[in-house]
Design a protein around this ligand. Sequence first.
Ligand SMILES: Nc1ncnc2c1ncn2[C@@H]1O[C@H](COP(=O)(O)OP(=O)(O)OP(=O)(O)O)[C@@H](O)[C@H]1O
Ligand SMILES: [Mg+2]
Length: 237
Amino acid sequence: MSFFETRHLTKHFGGLTAVNDLSFQVEKGEIYGLIGPNGSGKTTVFNLITGYHPVSAGEILFRGAPINGLPTWKICKLGVGRTFQVVKPLRRMSVLENVMTSAFNRTGKKSEAMDKAMEVLEFCELLKKKDYPAKGLTIGDRKRLEIGRALATGPELLLLDETMAGLTPQEQTAGAELIRKIRDSGITIIIVEHIMHVIMNICDRLLCINYGQDIARGTPVEVANDHAVIEAYLGKE
Ligand SMILES: Nc1ncnc2c1ncn2[C@@H]1O[C@H](COP(=O)(O)OP(=O)(O)OP(=O)(O)O)[C@@H](O)[C@H]1O
Ligand SMILES: [Mg+2]
């Protein structure tokens, strides 16, 4: 039994098949990369896993049990956390309050939510900015806050959707370190990312999709050298 698995996962939006018969397995402790050109269905896969969209066909299993059909909050409570490609912090709340809101996923007590939020902010190196309003953060810190909000829900599986987009090279390196540190803390990760050197450096395995379909899978080096992958990104000669 895999820690996480999809079987024949399919999603139609009207006549468009955004995810097409996609099956993959993720083992506990992995950083698993999901890559593919723009519009290939990566975010839709995350939306299906987390219950934001109902699946059209197929199954999603977390720790051996099916989770498709469950409401988003239940999936979160079971231990699947996510970030959003377009970050949407509660803008007028402070950084600390934003993270506390997520921590209420695991506790009803304000003091416990506060402790958890402080721990997460320290982990994400945002503690110094805990009283800043979220809307005042730089894009780099907003991406970190987005990761912190997902961590505070207490996930065992974390889905990261382009948390490096728009970051400077230094911020990307720091972001990659943070992602490794999250994995080393015992959280399994599925990451969607366009920045190839980040993907190549931190992922244990990759799955590349195009038009919602699996086109290659394997180690980062195997996938990066695959003809179908190169063609999907650069087009045919
Ligand atoms: N809610 C929706 N309704 C209709 N079509 C959608 C919806 N969400 C996504 N799509 C379509 O599904 C396809 C896959 O989109 P998706 O956002 O999953 O791609 P992506 O791989 O995340 O792309 P990007 O790299 O640009 O973020 C696209 O053609 C998109 O227009
Ligand atoms: Mg996307």
